[in-house]
Design a protein around this ligand. Structure first.
Ligand SMILES: NC(=O)c1ccc[n+]([C@@H]2O[C@H](COP(=O)([O-])OP(=O)(O)OC[C@H]3O[C@@H](n4cnc5c(N)ncnc54)[C@H](O)[C@@H]3O)[C@@H](O)[C@H]2O)c1
Length: 395
């Protein structure tokens, strides 16, 4: 089987998730290629031991990402670094001729995202994608299939979100994810927003207008050195959006990204209500898919179905078992590696640069909406012709 030699830049929480997925590639049935991690880079050398211990084939361990990019044996990069570094490092990766799976939000702000997309346009032979794993859950995939069949009748409303309680403890020390300079002005939107928008954008549900309510609930946090310091990032965001689809539907879509949602840990959900069919899936109940088919005069009954291990990329796991977060990570990586080696026709793929661009348009509109207390227009409803920012097209 073909091997693709990978370097990891940023060996923290998510760097290890990729390494672990690569280590259990045998889980996939008949993949067209497999990743082999040959080089890693992080400023924090304490992280290297875990990699050294588990991945003896790693030949390069460095604190300088440029040294890693100069390594000719490295063909592709996973980059999982703080948001303030996305622009510089992603651009350098692409210029070095390496394929890239980057992390969301794919640039700390719209300007950074634009610079990354400009570089991508100059390198059409480099595959660049963004991480977003939740749409690979079997329930999310079933929702995707139902949307494609367009059986909702008239869509009444869409609710999608990603809820965490990771910041509910006011005594949790501040880290880079709570600092505007490093995490960005988007706050929770930059952290969680692409996860929520990936599937709606994939089916063409780009918000055309946004009204945002942003909350900073905990404004001071300990700094770990006995001081309380400002915590200025947005904890929670509610985006009330208007969607207008190419086939003439118009409906409200509410997007929630919460870092303070009591009782929730990593809850990704999407609910679509229509006059003929409704569907609801949440990772809170990862096996459960809810659907309702309505015929005039018939009872309105939700049907509850237990889902098994139905994956985009087939695995050794029997369909009678259940699916989880690390399985979604493996599926996302399978999608990236398959796209590197085959064109993956018809298969659900990783978030595209164009989808990250649209997400930045929505997040930037949300900041403006909250600041000026107004509804902000974004784009024409079409998601075709996506390269180039909408404000550049209005002449
Ligand atoms: N897909 C997901 O589910 C998911 C989950 C969490 C985070 N993320 C994203 O992953 C990225 C990283 O987040 P994380 O949670 O892994 O953070 P982390 O803090 O655990 O890891 C980031 C690593 O980058 C390293 N680093 C910083 N500057 C560097 C430099 N100049 N060169 C090399 N390494 C450097 C840090 O030392 C750290 O180890 C972010 O973009 C974040 O939004 C994605």
């Amino acid at each position: 089987m073909k091997t693709i030699k990978f370097g990891i830049i940023g060996c923290g929480l998510m760097g290890r998730e990729f390494a672990s997925a690569a280590a259990r590639w045998c889980h996939l049935l008949q993949p067209s290629a497999r990743p082999e991690i040959v080089a890693i880079c992080d400023k924090n050398t304490d992280l290297f031991d875990w990699y050294r211990h588990n991945f003896p084939l790693i030949a390069m361990l460095t604190t300088d990402y440029k040294e890693l990019l100069a390594n000719d044996s490295v063909e592709a990069i996973y980059c999982a670094v703080p948001h303030s570094l996305h622009k510089e490092i992603y651009i350098d990766v692409i210029r070095a001729g390496k394929h890239l799976l980057g992390e969301k939000p794919f640039g700390i702000d719209k300007e950074a995202n634009k610079a990354i997309l400009n570089e991508i346009e100059k390198h059409p032979n480099i595959l660049v994608r963004s991480s977003s794993e939740f749409p690979f859950f079997p329930g999310a995939q079933r929702v995707f299939q139902v949307i494609k069949k367009n059986e909702f009748g008239k869509i009444i409303e869409v609710n999608a979100g990603f809820l965490h309680s990771s910041d509910i403890n006011p005594n949790k020390a501040i880290n880079w994810k709570r600092l505007i300079d490093i995490n960005g002005e988007y706050g929770c939107l930059g952290d969680l927003g692409l996860h929520v928008l990936h599937l709606p954008l994939r089916v063409g549900w780009m918000p055309v207008r946004v009204h945002a309510q942003l909350s900073n609930l905990i404004t001071k946090r300990p700094d770990g050195k006995s001081n309380m310091v400002d915590c200025e990032t947005w904890d929670n965001a509610i985006l009330n959006c208007d969607v207008e689809t190419e086939d003439g539907q118009a409906f409200p879509m509410t997007l929630k990204t919460f870092r303070i949602a009591p009782g929730e840990i990593d809850t990704w959900y999407i609910k679509i209500k229509g006059t003929r069919k409704s569907i609801s899936y949440s990772t809170k109940y990862p096996k459960t898919l809810m659907t309702m088919d309505y015929e005039p005069g018939a009872p309105q009954e939700w049907r509850r179905e237990d889902l098994g291990y139905e994956t985009v990329f087939p695995c050794i796991t029997g369909s009678i078992f259940e699916f989880g977060f690390t399985d979604a990570i493996l599926q996302m990586w399978a999608a990236f590696v398959e796209e590197l080696t085959t064109s993956c026709p018809g298969k659900f793929g990783c978030a595209t640069p164009e989808e990250t661009q649209l997400s930045h348009v929505v997040f930037t509109a949300a900041l403006e909406s909250h600041r000026d207390k107004k509804v902000v227009g974004t784009l024409p409803s079409s998601v075709g012709n996506m390269m180039g920012y909408p404000d550049e097209k209005q002449d």
